[in-house]
Design a protein around this ligand. Structure first.
Ligand SMILES: [Zn+2]
Length: 598
């Protein structure tokens, strides 16, 4: 923890004023004024405590602020310009502060418009859970500000609170969009707020934290707050002697349901114009009176959780190479807090996200993580995909991809909340890595179709092993997906294949309906074969290589859904086998006779 914080300090950069000039066209110039807070204040020629004193001003004197680097303000008083220490000025902007508002945290993207009209042009799109400073209001609209940008939001889209968003927010803009990440919210649903603050010469701190009455959590909060206080105080004395430093800690404390709670402490340390942030996330099982360790929270499929986190981080950046600092490692999962709709990951500036973006919060929904979390069934049941075994199920499967055609199939499946199984050839994965990621992101299953598509029954055990393990490894690396099933090329299986599958934890799928799409290359013929073969528990074979197959699927999916079929992956289908799924076993369908009845 100490090392991490020091690393953050070294990477610390300006967290505020992130909006570049790209939005200049709609820019409203914000100006700031300052009032001398107490005693008298020197106006100096240069931004330095030893700079030549030009004049001295009394408490209450108004100045215009031209620049502010956090330590020194370049100011104008009458015709005179010079520098004053920022900490001795009470600084105000020229727009009214009405309050803070947050958009709903439900994944909707909100249009911020140039005028108070639903027909006005869209200035930018704000992501859900964004925080805005409200600077004005009329009957149906709020005027809001992000950085230098003012715009209008319909009142219904924004919840305005008097709460503190104490540490502000961070924002990012490119030519078409501004996204605002809520870092600090005022939600304090559990615990009693406690504050410690002290000014000690060059170091001041103000730490607000919850007293939860749960020993394990309270002692962790106390340990962490003392630790960062010491760390930052030491940094100040050793690395910035003579400077003023301050540490502010705020928190969010949520009650998720009758059992789970979470607390996030957010610390901001400032010295001069540098600032650094540190986070503590605690997830609490209130029934047990215990903290939930990261390993229990991510009880399964950690690679998938990391993949979701990585996708969330890359969506914050306009280009993938935009200073992206590498793949998140497993230790980063400890910065996740249970939120309203998903896990909230806290990422300090410079850690996985470019320092210039400031610290960010990345949300990953519980729906995405349903496979990973070790929370109780009562909680997870609301996020799991609901399959009704009393209704017919059908498993569409696609071999020999990924290819240019795969995406079309994935899109139509997504549109109908349907899923399928894509049996990929390992050596094609790298060239189609984006296609594979998207396939997985929509909940489809990836099965192994070997590395080079050989007749596995003609290979040595060692070669079979390598054909399967290489494919599993690259799929996991690219998409986070952990392969559970082998679709052997040509359906060729022998004892060695079954044994290797057992070793590698794979079950084997063949098919009981062959559309012969590879042979007919005809949309109607393939479509007819799908619809004719649609019976409860069937596994249908196709190839995501042909435009005719993609077209047939586009046509068939709505028809199958309309007929009441649930389009499921092979793992979803076989989960209803009365004997469970057995590794090394070959399944060509799930005969309704063998279905579990629940
Ligand atoms: Zn094949």
């Amino acid at each position: 923890m100490m090392k991490k914080l020091i690393a953050c300090l070294l990477l610390a950069a300006l967290l505020l004023s992130l909006l570049p000039a790209a939005l200049a066209a709609q820019e409203t110039k914000i100006t700031y004024t300052g009032t001398v807070k107490e005693g008298s204040l020197h106006l100096r020629k240069t931004p330095s405590a030893t700079g030549k004193v030009l004049n001295t001003y009394k408490k209450g004197t108004q100045v215009d602020i031209l620049e502010n680097d956090g330590t020194w303000c370049k100011v104008q008083i009458g015709k005179r310009t010079g520098y004053m220490m920022a900490s001795y000025l009470e600084i105000k902007a020229n727009y009214p502060h009405v309050g803070w508002g947050a958009t709903k945290d439900d994944g909707t993207v909100i249009n911020v418009r140039s005028e108070e009209s639903a027909g006005a042009s869209i200035l930018y799109k704000a992501m859900s859970g964004g925080v805005f400073e409200v600077t004005g209001e009329s009957k149906d609209w709020y005027q809001v500000r992000v950085g230098d940008q003012f715009g209008y939001l319909e009142k219904s889209a924004l919840t305005v609170t008097d709460g503190e968003f104490a540490l502000g927010f961070s924002a990012k803009a490119d030519q078409n969009s501004v996204t605002v990440a809520r870092m600090h919210s005022a939600l304090r649903e559990i615990g009693s707020p406690m504050t410690m603050s002290r000014a000690e010469g060059d170091f001041t701190f103000s730490i607000t934290y919850p007293d939860l009455g749960i020993e394990a959590a309270d002692s962790e909060i106390s340990r962490w707050t003392q630790q960062i206080r010491m760390l930052f105080e030491t940094d100040l004395r050793q690395n910035h002697p003579g400077s003023q430093g301050s540490l502010t800690v705020e928190y969010q404390a949520l009650k998720i349901n009758s059992r789970y709670e979470s607390v996030t402490l957010m610390g901001e340390y400032k010295v001069g114009s540098l600032s650094a942030e540190a986070f503590l996330t605690l997830n609490i099982d209130a029934q047990e009176g215990a903290l939930i360790p990261t390993a229990s929270l991510f009880a399964r499929n950690t690679p998938w959780a990391l993949f979701c986190l990585e996708s969330g981080i890359s969506s914050l950046m306009s280009t993938p190479t935009d200073g992206y600092a590498g793949k998140p490692a497993a230790d980063w999962l400890q910065y996740a807090a249970l939120g309203r709709t998903g896990l909230e990951f806290y990422l300090p500036a410079g850690r996985y996200v470019p320092a210039a973006l400031g610290s960010r919060k990345v949300d990953v929904t519980y729906f995405q993580l349903a496979d990973c979390l070790g929370l109780d069934d009562a909680f997870m049941a609301q996020y799991r995909r609901v399959i009704d075994p009393a209704k017919p199920m059908l498993a569409l499967t696609f071999d020999d991809g990924p290819s240019e055609e795969t995406d079309k199939i994935v899109s139509v499946l997504a549109q109908y909340n349907a899923r399928a199984t894509f049996c990929v050839i390992g050596n094609k994965v790298e060239s189609f890595s984006d296609v594979l990621k998207r396939t997985v992101a929509h909940g489809n299953e990836i099965a192994s179709h070997t590395w080079t598509h050989p007749h596995l029954d003609q290979l040595s055990v060692a070669s079979i092993r390598s054909q399967l393990s290489r494919t599993s490894a690259i799929v996991q690396e690219v998409s986070g997906f952990e392969i559970k099933a082998l679709r052997p090329p040509y359906g060729a299986v022998n004892k060695n294949v079954r044994n290797v599958c057992k070793d590698q934890g794979l079950f084997i799928i063949t098919w009981n309906i062959d559309t012969l799409d590879w042979k007919n290359r005809n949309t109607n013929k393939t479509y007819n074969a799908i619809v004719k073969g649609a019976k409860n528990g069937n596994i249908i074979l196709m190839h995501d290589l042909y435009s005719t197959t993609a077209a047939a699927v586009e046509k068939a999916v709505p028809v199958l859904v309309e007929k009441g079929f649930q389009l499921v992956t092979v793992s979803e289908l076989l989960a209803y086998h009365k004997d469970g799924i057995k590794t090394g076993t070959v399944y060509s369908n799930l005969d309704p006779k063998n279905m579990k009845t629940e």
